[in-house]
Design a binder for this molecule. Structure first.
Ligand SMILES: [Cu+2]
Length: 472
């Protein structure tokens, strides 16, 4: 056994002891951790923790109605249908390794620089260099171990939102575990007996608001019927970034940057679907606001919540789903019509990006001013991208004399080149001028265009400027 491993186990055992007057249960758990240090010495830290959890389960510490599930060994591969992974635009999947029948994931909580727009990078906290953290995908029946390391400057923990786990795996500081101190590790391990759209997050309000969340997807043992051909996940977040700041003000309640998966439109990567396919969207909200997410051109049904799959008898047609705080909403639709169809929050202030914080110490006025002056002010922002800020949409000759002008006239900022990627190939010129905040598109492509797009994404080829492809 390496010195590092021994130190880890010792640290796990003495972490926080004494100083803060630990309660009875924490002290008891500490003893338990010490007792199981021996098997860990033989087979490594992760296995040691596994032994701890297994032992706790054997001793019947977890008395929930799901105790039998929690104890159940993972099923053999042959008994379950292979699952098609969900895709999280702009967020990577977290890889895992196998230790016997256990899927082992490694998560590091750490400060992250997140480029939320071509001209805006903010300082947030996330996991494994990503905010939101990487997506974890497992299958119902899996035994899961998460080796968690805290590289934040303060204590934290990981909570498995909606997942029925033994209490000692619940990730609530001081209630279900001692906080994981900076530089320390903690091992979470549990059996996933549910299916559904879950997420992991720090169980500390301000840490949630500075970005500490990621998807935890539990695919069902047997695929949902009807099967979805495409499966996409979106995490909703909001940020208050004050002028001259890169660190969001997590105590604020008014937000100026709204993101899907940590990116604001038009930088959000479009979702690509084949014409005639069935598309699933899973939307998760962790923040201060509720978000009515609206889809254009199609009706969908809500097939699941943060509690798992909903019975088909409860499905009814809709095209806007309210995703409340701490909720997951899963919707599905038949991609019947080709085109670039908007998926966006319909709260008006969530359909824009604030340019105020880009002005640094300059003031911008959006009322009682001339068109010329407003344009020149906006150009000071555009210089940093760089592009020329113009009215993409025409304005009237007498615009300056109409009370209320301007409204959207100065907000448009077309920046197709700055946000170009494979998935934007073929979008109409200046498409990005109409995209802000919590806004993206599902691009429903006919067979041939779909196959070409998949090839383009595979090879990483950018969009062709010269060859414009109309989508409808
Ligand atoms: Cu919203």
């Amino acid at each position: 056994m390496s010195g590092t491993r021994r130190k880890f186990i010792q640290d796990a055992a003495v972490l926080g002891a004494g100083i803060f007057g630990l309660g009875e249960s924490l002290a008891a758990r500490e003893r338990k951790t010490r007792e199981v240090a021996a098997p860990g010495e033989e087979s490594g830290e992760a296995v040691g923790a596994s032994a701890q959890t297994a032992r706790e389960n054997e001793h019947g510490r977890h008395h929930s109605p799901y105790g039998e599930h929690a104890k159940r060994a993972p099923k053999g591969a042959g008994e379950r249908e292979a699952f098609a992974p969900m895709m999280t635009p702009d967020i990577a999947d977290l890889p895992h390794e196998m230790d016997g029948g256990v899927k082992v994931f490694r998560i590091v909580a750490e400060p992250v620089k997140r480029k939320i727009a071509p001209f805006k990078t903010i300082d947030v906290w996330g996991y494994n260099g990503s905010c939101p953290g990487p997506t974890i995908q497992v299958q119902q029946g899996d035994r899961v171990r998460v080796v968690f390391e805290n590289k934040l400057p303060e204590s934290t923990s990981l909570h498995w939102h909606g997942v029925e786990v033994p209490i000692e795996q619940d990730g609530v500081p001081w209630i279900s575990q001692k906080p994981v101190a900076p530089g320390e590790k903690y091992i979470y391990e549990f059996t996933v007996h549910q299916e559904g759209t879950f997420f992991y997050h720090a169980h500390s309000a301000m840490q949630e608001m500075i970005g500490q969340i990621g998807f935890f997807i539990a695919h069902p043992e047997k695929a949902y019927r009807p099967r979805a051909d495409h499966d996409f996940g979106i995490i909703l977040q909001e940020w208050a970034v004050l002028p001259n700041n890169t660190v969001p003000n997590t105590a604020a309640m008014e937000y100026n940057w709204l993101t899907f998966n940590g990116v604001s439109a038009p930088a959000i990567t479009p979702m690509i679907a084949r014409l005639g396919s069935r598309v699933r969207l899973r939307i998760v909200n962790i923040g201060m606001d509720h978000h009515p997410i609206h889809l254009h051109g199609h009706q969908f049904v809500m097939t699941g919540t943060e509690g798992g799959r909903a019975p088909e008898s409860t499905w009814y047609p809709m095209n806007t789903v309210l995703v409340g705080v701490a909720q997951a909403r899963v919707v599905e639709f038949e991609a019947k019509y080709s085109g670039a169809w908007m998926v966006h929050c319909h709260l008006p202030h969530h359909m824009m990006n604030s340019m105020m914080d880009l002005l640094r110490d300059r003031m911008i006025e959006t009322a009682d001013q001339t068109d010329e002056k407003a344009l020149s002010q906006m150009q000071t922002l555009a210089n940093s991208v760089p592009f020329e800020h113009v009215h993409h949409s025409p304005i009237a000759a007498n615009a300056n004399s109409v009370p209320g002008f301007p409204q959207d006239a100065f907000m448009e900022m077309g920046m197709d080149d700055a946000v170009a990627k494979s998935e934007t190939h073929g979008l109409p010129p200046n498409w990005s001028a109409g995209m802000m905040g919590m806004m993206t598109v599902v691009r429903v492509l006919p067979e041939k265009e779909y196959e070409e797009m998949m090839e383009r994404i595979k090879t990483g080829a950018g969009p062709e400027k010269s060859k414009h492809v109309h989508e409808s």
